[in-house]
Structures are given as structure tokens and as C-alpha cells.
Design a protein around this ligand. Structure first.
Ligand code: NAD
Length: 370
């Protein structure tokens, strides 16, 4: 797989985004977020999204030059709602993070609802931005009734999106990265099925289910976000053994995001419509709860405790990253980013093909070589 320099990829992505209608500052912010997702190993949320964003612009769902609005409850309250007004989610995410951090620092804890955010991308980015300010973070993200691909436990019918839950805890200079759990509440994020299809891989039987209730092995039989429920469905987190837990998390995510963000929940909108992210972002200032050094010691003690467990070579970790030692939440992304920053970002051939075609169309030079 070709590796591409991150700075070159970011400049190229920014140019393409301007070509599809984004103002320069917006294009720069979106390109930075997409390339950061690629750096961290989440190709499914990286530059491969640009052709989809272009289609969303053409369909009038994404308004590239719109600006998000902060709707403030009572002026200096601990809560706010950010209306993305249909602009790029990466711009909405920045606005929401700033509003959230400001309020959490002022009040000790804060909550920001988000609606009309198109695609917030890799939610871990917003979690990391809050944790870097030494605040704790928790979020619930839904797709406002569109793009449903996940079946509840005991069903084959698409009823939820992959509704990620994300939490982060600062590590008070004791680790070079914050602890970030950033996960879909389904067995896998949708992008991992697309990646399997592109690579010609079969799906593990625990990932998805056919309309007949059988394991869905061929990712090509899954259908896209926009093909209703006549196709397969991703199973809820916990699969066939504990899928009720993933279903419960999906229901709660749908309601936290929908109630506090104000966008429609699943069932209130045509499921074939484009997804558009809504969310609830929460932040807590740990400084209000005690001494920084005590918390730093607690983080370090827990990390050492986990790392001291044996990393047994025969115990599988499924789809998770596997290291020589046990990994903590957010560590795989940190390590991958360090490697990709020096060696370049590995982009699958199909992604390069799509972006090179877009570059040709706009007469833009790509960083892909011959
Ligand atoms: P994943 O399964 O790749 O990782 C989930 C979590 O597990 C991460 O926090 C990771 O650091 C941690 N992890 C990985 N390997 C580990 C190990 N060996 N030990 C301990 N922890 C480990 O994530 P996912 O569920 O496939 O989601 C992928 C991305 O998709 C996320 O960034 C998420 O925000 C994004 N997403 C976005 C949307 C949206 O609508 N915007 C929807 C769904 C998912």
C-alpha cells in the first residue's frame, strides 16, 4: 500500500474541498480533521470521505459555506445548543468543543447539544481536544434518523445508525496521550464493512446479519446507507451473545443526542435520507473534584495495573488493535499516528483511485506519484 506524506495529503485535500465549494478556512479545517483520522489509522473517517461530501453538497444536504450558530440558553449558562446549519461537521465540532470547554471551565461541568452537523467525522478528535484542556469528556452521537444500518438484538431490521459513544480522560502528563474510548455501539463501524468489501475479504459471522437471519459473510450483500432495510444489517455491540447491551446503548445514544441536540431521532425521518449527525457533548472539569496530583497517580496506577496483565499470544482480540503489550483506549491511535507521521499515511488503492479521478476532473495535482 502506498504511503503518502501527511502534509502533502492535507494540502491536496484542502484544494479538493475548495474545488467542491468550501471556503478556504473551512477547507483547511476539514482537511486537517480528515488527515488526522487517516494519521490515527481510521481510514474510514479520513480523506476517502471527500467524494461522499461532494455528493452531499450536490444533493443539497451539505451547505459548504454555511456557519454553525451557538444558541445559548441563558447567556452564561452551562448549556448550549450548536446548530450546524448543514455545514461540514468538522467545523461544527470545533465550534461545539470551544463552547463546551469554555462552559465547563466556568461552571465545572457543561453540556452542548448539536444538530444539523452533517458528518462530525472521527468523534475521538473532539474527545482529544477536550482532554487536552484537562477536562473529562463524554458524548453520544446519532444520525438524526437517516443512514440506519444496525438491527436491534433479536432482529434483522435496520433501526439505528452505528451511534458512537466516546469518552476521554486526561492523563495529567503521565502518558503522552489522553485515554480515549471512541466506539460505535454496533459490532463494527460501517466503514469496516466497506473496507472488507474493497479488500475482497469475507466478514466474520458475528458482524452482520442477512434479512433471513443468517450470518452475512459477503460484504457486497450489505447494501449502502441509503438502501433501506431490504439488505443486511450490522449486529448490535455484543452480537448474538450479548446484543441487548449494544441495543440499549444505541437507544440511549439516540435519545441523549436527539433530546439534547434537537434533531429527529430514528423513526422520525425517512431512513433512506442522508445521515446528518446530531449529538450531546458533555465535559467535566476534574479540578473541581480534588487534587491534580492525586488524579495523576490514579491514572498511572490503573495504567500500570492493566499493562501488567499478560498479553497472551493465543487470546484473540477480534477486530481490535493487538500490540506486544496490552493496549489502553486511545493508545492504538496514538501509536499509529506516530508511525504514520514519520513513514507516511497508507491509503488503500481504491481510495487513491477515487481521489486521483477527482483531481483529474478538477485539474489538480495529487500527491500520488505515477
Ligand atoms: P474501534 O473498534 O476501532 O476502536 C474502539 C476503541 O477501542 C478505541 O477507543 C480504541 O482506542 C480502542 N482499542 C482498539 N484496540 C484496543 C485494544 N487492543 N485494547 C484496548 N482498547 C483498544 O472503533 P469503531 O467502533 O470501529 O469506530 C471507529 C471510528 O468511527 C470512531 O472514531 C468513531 O468515532 C467513528 N464513528 C463515527 C460515526 C459518525 O456518525 N460520525 C459513527 C460511527 C463511528
Amino acid at each position: 500500500m502506498d504511503r503518502i506524506d501527511a502534509a502533502e495529503l492535507e494540502a491536496f485535500a484542502g484544494t479538493l474541498l475548495q474545488e467542491v465549494g468550501a471556503p478556504a478556512a473551512t477547507a483547511e479545517a476539514v482537511a486537517a480533521s480528515l488527515v488526522e483520522a487517516d494519521l490515527k489509522g481510521h481510514t474510514s473517517h479520513g480523506v476517502l470521505r471527500i467524494p461522499t461530501y461532494r455528493q452531499m453538497i450536490a444533493d443539497g444536504v451539505l451547505v459548504p459555506d454555511a456557519e454553525p450558530t451557538v444558541v445559548d440558553g441563558t447567556g452564561d449558562s452551562a448549556t448550549a445548543v450548536v446548530d450546524g446549519n448543514g455545514t461540514f461537521g468538522q467545523v461544527v465540532g470545533r465550534t461545539a468543543v470551544d463552547a463546551l470547554a469554555e462552559r465547563a471551565s466556568e461552571h465545572g461541568l457543561a453540556c452542548v447539544g448539536i444538530r444539523n452537523a452533517t458528518h462530525l467525522g472521527r468523534i475521538g478528535e473532539w474527545a482529544e481536544a477536550i482532554a487536552e484542556r484537562e477536562l473529562c469528556f463524554l458524548s453520544f452521537v446519532h444520525t438524526s434518523g437517516g443512514g440506519l444500518v444496525v438491527a436491534p438484538a433479536g432482529s434483522t431490521t435496520r433501526r439505528f445508525s452505528t451511534n458512537p459513544i466516546t469518552c476521554a480522560v486526561p492523563t495529567f502528563d503521565r502518558l503522552p496521550f489522553p485515554l480515549v474510548l471512541d466506539m460505535a455501539t454496533s459490532q463494527v463501524a460501517h466503514g469496516k464493512l466497506d473496507a472488507a468489501e474493497a479488500d475482497g475479504r469475507s466478514l466474520p459471522p458475528e458482524w452482520a446479519v442477512t434479512p433471513e437471519g443468517e450470518p452475512l459473510i459477503d460484504p457486497g450483500a450489505m447494501g449502502s446507507f441509503r438502501e433501506g432495510d431490504t439488505w443486511g444489517a450490522i449486529r448490535p455491540l455484543g452480537g448474538t451473545t450479548a446484543g441487548h447491551k449494544g441495543t440499549g446503548l444505541a437507544v440511549m445514544t439516540e435519545l441523549f443526542a436527539g433530546l439534547l441536540g434537537g434533531g429527529p431521532v430514528a423513526g422520525q425521518r425517512d431512513p433512506d435520507a442522508w445521515f446528518t449527525n446530531g449529538a450531546c457533548f458533555l465535559a467535566i472539569d476534574p479540578a473541581r473534584f480534588g487534587d491534580r496530583e492525586r488524579m495523576a497517580d490514579q491514572v498511572e496506577a490503573l495504567v500500570e495495573h492493566v499493562r501488567a496483565a499478560d498479553a497472551h499470544p493465543d487470546v484473540p482480540v477480534g477486530d481490535a488493535a493487538k500490540g506486544e503489550e496490552l493496549l489502553l483506549p486511545g493508545e492504538a491511535e496514538h501509536r499509529t499516528a506516530e508511525r504514520n507521521a514519520t513513514e507516511g499515511i497508507p491509503l488503500p488503492p481504491r481510495v487513491i483511485e477515487q481521489l486521483a479521478a477527482l483531481a483529474d476532473e478538477f485539474g489538480v495535482d495529487g500527491p500520488f506519484g505515477e
